[in-house]
Ligand binder design. Structure first.
Ligand SMILES: [Zn+2]
Length: 400
């Protein structure tokens, strides 16, 4: 345990201590020293600072059988807050959480659609301010805002690229823009990583689990959590499973490669195939607008769920490819759990659940050694918003 704290800065130590207090209801300084491997003097200094800062509170004394009673510490649950914002072309989802990561407020508004970055940033500021005001939270008590978003993150974690193919969003550094307009630290993270953190944080996933949260919005991604830690890769972009190649030399993908999962089975492809049948496109009132892929995909998914045979076939084909990809990931990483999450699963998630369950239970290389749990998230877009808030909490505590 002690090794976890070796070589940490004062701020990182503070964050580590807050984590330890958060994971136990109440705890004494002596226990903190034992768990962290730090000296009691060092713990006392850090705890003093965290108490002054209003992150921890003292909550009485422990019962002892002889010796000095120990003063107990707990998290000052409502001492600080964080905002998580999940950005999607069809919906913005905000979650206001306290220091424990409990959601104390929510706000949902329309997605970014075809709006320019400047317009969207102004709206995000208005909506964040409204969320804080509605819940009587002072902006000074907010550690930061975490933003869950699709696209590539650059090495500074600041810029977000290729959210959409050919608009002014492509090279727009959302993090710094939001930080300046809002006056709060802003951290960007992949939507699929936030979803995995959200699922983990609300306590549905045991800490010992090696799991993947497969996230479906306009594209696909997977938050990979191994041994209780997110696997981030060399540049923080691990998890782009939408661009796992399933058909070498297959159809062109928007990323420049060929035969990617997204190119053969993503919502864009399902919609394109539905549009190829004029009768089907008319029957479902598909818009065919490239900026409304999610809305069109939802129409196909809803029709499939209602028993439309042509739509069922399209969705089942897509689900089969997703199942095959998750089977490959399970074999490569020896996973024990897969969670399907994200707005694209809202209407036809059951198809993807069945396809993944059957692929993994019948074909996983380790099927005789251990089972793999596959489940559909009940949190939907809340998971990425909650996860984004935990990113902000973490970043905010580390920066203090
Ligand atoms: Zn691709």
């Amino acid at each position: 345990m002690g090794a976890r704290f070796a070589g940490r800065s004062a701020a990182e130590t503070g964050r580590g201590i807050v984590d330890l207090v958060r994971s136990s209801e109440v705890i004494s300084r002596v226990e903190l020293a034992e768990l962290s491997g730090l000296t009691e003097a060092s713990i006392s200094r850090t705890v003093k600072r965290l108490l002054e800062d209003g992150l921890l509170v003292e909550v009485g004394q422990s019962e002892t059988t002889g010796g000095k009673p120990r003063r107990l510490l707990a998290l000052n649950t409502n001492g600080r807050y964080a905002v998580g914002l999940s950005v999607d072309e069809a919906q913005l989802t905000y979650a206001l959480t306290n220091l424990r990561g409990e959601v104390v407020g929510r706000l949902v508004s329309r997605g970014i659609g075809t709006d320019t970055p400047a317009v969207v940033v102004r709206r995000m500021v208005r909506e964040t301010t409204r969320l804080l005001r509605e819940h009587e939270v002072d902006a000074g008590d907010v550690l930061g805002i975490g933003v869950a978003i699709a696209g590539r993150l650059d090495l500074r974690g600041a810029a977000m690229r290729a959210l959409r193919d050919t608009t002014d969003w492509e090279q727009f550094a959302l993090g710094p823009a939001l930080e300046e307009a809002l006056g709060l630290p802003a951290t960007l993270e992949h939507d699929y990583v936030c979803a995995a953190l959200g699922e983990f944080w609300v306590g549905r996933i045991p800490a010992s689990s090696d799991f993947v949260c497969f996230y479906a919005a306009t594209g696909f991604g997977a938050g990979i959590m191994l041994g209780g830690e997110i696997y981030r890769g060399s540049s923080g972009n691990a998890g782009e499973v939408g661009h796992v190649v399933l058909q070498a030399g297959g159809p062109e993908c928007w990323c420049g490669s060929r035969g990617c999962l997204e190119a053969v089975a993503g919502p864009r492809t399902v919609v394109r195939k539905a549009l190829a049948s004029r009768a089907l496109a008319r029957r479902l009132s598909l818009t065919g607008d490239p900026d409304a892929v999610r809305a069109d995909f939802a129409l196909v998914a809803r029709a499939a769920a209602a028993g439309d045979a042509a739509c069922e076939q399209l969705v089942e084909e897509s689900a089969g490819y997703v199942g095959a990809t998750l089977l490959s990931l399970t074999n490569a990483l020896d996973l024990d759990r897969i969670v399907l999450s994200g707005p694209a699963f809202a209407d036809a998630g059951e198809y993807y659940l069945r396809a993944t369950q059957s692929a993994v239970s019948e074909l996983s290389f380790m099927r005789q050694v251990h089972p793999v749990t596959v489940e559909l998230s009940t949190l939907q877009m809340q998971s990425s918003a909650i996860g984004a808030a935990t990113v902000a909490l973490d970043g905010g505590l580390a920066a203090r």
